[in-house]
Write a protein that binds this ligand. Structure first.
Ligand SMILES: [Zn+2]
Length: 159
């Protein structure tokens, strides 16, 4: 079984895109789809980049087997899934607490956001800005209310 996600109708709403990607991956896992076709649309390089960024997060990556980029029509992406033949009931429930942290790029100040599993939310990560491509080193801290905040600095400034 194959699923298809066309991002054309929501191309300018990154929140909706993220939710749509989450939902289709969830659906693919639930109904044992072998493949999900994602259509960001031709000529929308920034959109495709943010889709790739989303798919590249470790906790998202863990859900699918392989990402394929269509060489003929570069707008399309294919996610391939491999499903274990275990009975549904013996599978552990995938409940990962995600924290979404948003901060401004240290170079161009455009927003960068990422979702991380809660337990390793405090480990610093290096992330390429989806807008200007600069490497940002994100350092996390919890404020008094327990909310995770991030501070970005350019990675090559790091001594
Ligand atoms: Zn930037």
């Amino acid at each position: 079984m194959k699923l298809k996600l066309d991002l054309h109708p929501i191309f300018n709403d990154s929140r909706k895109i993220e939710l749509a990607l989450k939902a289709i991956i969830e659906e693919a896992v639930d109904c044992h789809a072998s493949e999900v076709e994602i259509i960001p649309g031709k000529g929308s390089g920034a959109l495709k980049k943010s889709v790739l960024r989303f798919l590249d997060q470790p906790e998202v990556k863990a859900r699918y087997h392989r990402l394929e980029k269509d060489s003929d029509n570069w707008g399309r992406l294919f996610l391939h899934f491999r499903h274990e033949s275990l009975p549904q009931s013996t599978k552990p429930k995938a409940t990962i607490a995600l924290v979404t942290v948003t901060t401004a790029c240290a170079c161009c100040t455009e927003p960068i956001s990422l979702a991380k599993p809660d337990e390793d939310a405090m480990n610093p990560v290096t992330l390429e800005c989806p807008w200007c491509g600069s490497p940002n080193r994100l350092v996390f801290h919890r404020d008094r209310r327990g909310v995770v905040n991030a501070r970005a600095m350019l990675d090559y400034e790091d001594s």
